[in-house]
Design a protein around this ligand. Structure first.
Ligand SMILES: *[C@@H]1O[C@H](CO)[C@@H](O)[C@H](O)[C@H]1NC(C)=O
Ligand SMILES: *[C@@H]1O[C@H](CO)[C@@H](O)[C@H](O)[C@H]1NC(C)=O
Ligand SMILES: *[C@@H]1O[C@H](CO)[C@@H](O)[C@H](O)[C@H]1NC(C)=O
Ligand SMILES: *[C@@H]1O[C@H](CO)[C@@H](O)[C@H](O)[C@H]1NC(C)=O
Ligand SMILES: *[C@@H]1O[C@H](CO)[C@@H](O)[C@H](O)[C@H]1NC(C)=O
Ligand SMILES: *[C@@H]1O[C@H](CO)[C@@H](O)[C@H](O)[C@H]1NC(C)=O
Ligand SMILES: *[C@@H]1O[C@H](CO)[C@@H](O)[C@H](O)[C@H]1NC(C)=O
Ligand SMILES: *[C@@H]1O[C@H](CO)[C@@H](O)[C@H](O)[C@H]1NC(C)=O
Ligand SMILES: CC(=O)N[C@H]1CO[C@H](CO)[C@@H](O)[C@@H]1O
Length: 537
């Protein structure tokens, strides 16, 4: 727990109070970070119950002691005095003093005084305890610690958005901020303090743990719509200027994403089920119109397109492509399976599938790319969400009047509390006799689910709907937790074998091309030619 001490002139409290000895051990140390003007006292409690008597509001005096002062005349300095209001003997383990700097040593060299000991006095009206610190560590705080490592960057045609997580360590620096520089794909963009978002940065830095800044490079379009990839390389740094000294603070971006039209999808996610990667993309009609306008503005008529899904995790990635010839915003569901891979790639694919299945930190992007022969004319890139799956496999089994959801557990099973109601929201999309692939049946069931491997419902309409081809989207809500699964079938399965057979039949007829890593364009062209001229409706 950290205490932030503000410079408040100490109200003089009675320092003649009773002294309590040994509230802290000799392991209590002080760390001084001269570059960020901060003194931290890491308190090592001796768990002396007597010391619990200190109230929340205490005064603290820090006295700097120098035994040998070479300076002539010897420098003298008053103690630093602070008041804090949230002290707790058992829970205050660090005292952080901001804006602390040691006095000049008086030798004219500009060096800071070297100190021999620190005396810390913590006192209230009635009690005082003293801590002597004989060893002080001077630590040059790395300026790379100004922000925590989670710093995502989003690029659009007109805007650079940087999400920042403040560690609070560089408040002093941020007050003398001078400029921000960011290099995207070899091109540098600079922003000085005339940019309001930069003016806000210092204030936001001190105030919020997380905030973002949005920068619009004046008069330039950072990226064209023909960006081939959603993931970019970018570097950036801040410059601060104080007393004629320039300091560079590197920004380490956790990800750099290019998004063509922002907020393109009202829903977009990936789900895994029984060896399948299933993707759902539901665009917003108004955004599709915007994309159409961008396409029209190229003055060219695209001949083919690719829906590309890229899944990355720990430096490994897989790309799945779905090739089509026309754009139909009603293609909303995509699926890929390792079983569709060439035999030499199946094992690698399955390993990857298993890795994704048990990971939380998976990066998934969806790209819709329009081509005139091999020229990419427009691309829409988005990041889509993925949540670790609760069940490895979900499927329906009909048992008389009952329609039962069966679950095969995954490695990471969340335990449902049977005393709390669980909501099963099942949306069925029909593949046959549906103008679009949109849902045309939603069923909500509330039950006190007890972690059993199946849960049954009675609804005649649902039972009829799953007699034929369907795609089911299941959202299970349990308190604040939500679990999502997507699965499908040609008919209700009674055994695993039937279900697997159904999957394989679906796989064979599909026009899906599955590619590892980014396939060369020649390969794509070959595959495209080999495709039958079919349209998706
Ligand atoms: C702490 O410092 C203040 C201001 O210098 C002083 O008035 C006060 O007596 C000091 N308290 C103790 C306990 O030394
Ligand atoms: C005080 O208690 C804490 C937490 O129980 C323990 O980690 C620590 O070692 C104790 N310190 C001493 C000096 O006994
Ligand atoms: C310590 O605990 C007290 C009482 O629970 C609380 O008021 C105070 O804010 C805490 N201090 C810190 C530094 O967490
Ligand atoms: C059920 O899920 C569908 C989509 O899967 C959603 O549109 C609908 O709002 C959900 N209903 C409830 C009550 O959560
Ligand atoms: C789903 O849509 C199809 C085609 O529009 C229709 O034939 C069918 O009755 C619909 N089913 C439900 C349950 O609404
Ligand atoms: C089945 O579910 C549908 C959709 O939620 C509902 O309209 C219908 O009343 C249900 N039928 C029965 C018998 O519960
Ligand atoms: C869990 O619920 C199912 C049906 O809802 C029931 O058959 C089963 O006995 C229950 N299991 C436990 C351990 O309570
Ligand atoms: C999987 O995708 C292919 C190509 O879009 C499609 O033909 C097939 O029906 C899909 N299968 C399921 C179960 O959705
Ligand atoms: C598979 C299926 O149910 N197909 C039906 C689609 O709708 C037409 C007429 O609306 C029926 O004749 C088909 O049997």
């Amino acid at each position: 727990m950290q205490l932030l001490l503000l410079f408040i002139v100490a109200s003089t409290l009675d320092s003649d109070g009773r002294e309590i000895f040994t509230c802290y051990t000799y392991k209590t140390v002080a760390e001084y970070r001269p570059n960020i003007k901060q003194l931290q006292i890491l308190l090592d409690s001796s768990n002396n119950s007597e010391c619990s008597i200190f109230p929340a509001g205490v005064n603290i005096n820090v006295t700097i002691g120098c035994v040998s002062i070479s300076a002539v005349p010897p420098v003298t300095f008053p103690p630093y005095s602070f008041t804090i209001s949230n002290f707790g003997y058992t829970n205050t383990s660090v005292l952080v003093i901001e804006g602390f700097s040691l006095p000049d040593d008086g030798t004219g060299t500009g060096d800071e005084l070297s100190i021999d000991f620190l005396l810390i006095e913590v006192y209230s009206y009635a009690e005082i305890t003293r801590i002597e610190i004989l060893e002080m560590q001077t630590i040059i705080s790395s300026l790379s610690e100004c922000f925590s490592l989670d710093m995502p960057v989003t690029l659009t045609q007109t805007q650079i958005t940087i999400g920042m997580t403040s560690t609070g360590l560089c408040r002093i620096q941020m007050q003398s901020l001078d400029s921000l520089h960011i290099t995207i794909d070899g091109k540098e963009y600079s922003f000085d303090m005339t940019n309001p978002p930069l003016q806000d940065l210092a204030a936001n830095y001190a105030q919020y743990p997380f905030f973002s800044i949005k920068l619009a490079p004046p008069g330039v379009t950072p990226l064209a719509f023909t960006a081939l990839k959603p993931n970019w390389d970018a570097t950036g740094y801040l410059i601060t200027k104080s007393g004629g000294i320039e300091t560079k603070i590197d920004l380490r971006f956790s990800s750099v994403k290019y998004i063509s039209i922002n907020g393109f999808y009202k829903q977009s996610f990936m789900a895994l089920n029984d060896g399948w990667f299933a993707f759902t993309l539901m665009p917003i009609a108004a955004k599709v119109k915007q994309l159409d306008a961008v396409l029209a503005s190229t003055g060219r008529v695209y001949s083919n397109m690719i829906f590309r899904f890229q899944i990355s995790i720990n430096g490994q990635s897989r790309t799945f492509d779905h090739m089509a010839e026309i754009y139909n915003m009603f293609i909303t569901k995509f699926n890929f399976s390792c079983s569709q891979m060439p035999s030499n790639e199946k094992d690698g694919c399955l390993k990857f599938y298993k890795l994704v299945q048990v990971s939380d930190d998976v990066d998934v992007t969806a790209s819709v790319m329009f081509y005139v022969n091999q020229d990419l004319i427009v691309a829409q890139h988005d990041t889509i969400s993925y949540k670790r799956q609760q069940w490895e496999r979900t499927f329906f089994v009909t048992e008389d009047e009952n329609t039962c959801l069966h679950f095969e557990s995954s490695n990471n099973q969340f335990a449902f509390d049977p005393s709390i109601q669980t909501t099963f929201n099942i949306s069925i999309s029909k593949k046959i006799n549906a103008t679009a692939h949109g849902a045309n049946g939603t069923f909500i069931f509330n039950t006190n689910y007890n972690n059993s491997d199946k849960v049954c419902f009675q609804n005649k309409t649902l039972q009829d709907l799953i007699k034929q081809d369907y795609i089911a989207t299941l959202v299970v809500t349990h308190g604040p937790n939500k679990f999502l699964n997507i699965f499908w079938g040609t008919k209700t399965a009674d055994t695993n074998k039937d279900m697997l057979a159904a999957y394989i039949i679906l796989g064979i007829g599909s026009l899906v091309a599955v590619v590892y890593s980014l396939s060369s364009f020649a390969r794509f062209q070959k595959q495209l030619k080999a495709m039958k001229k079919k349209k998706y409706m």
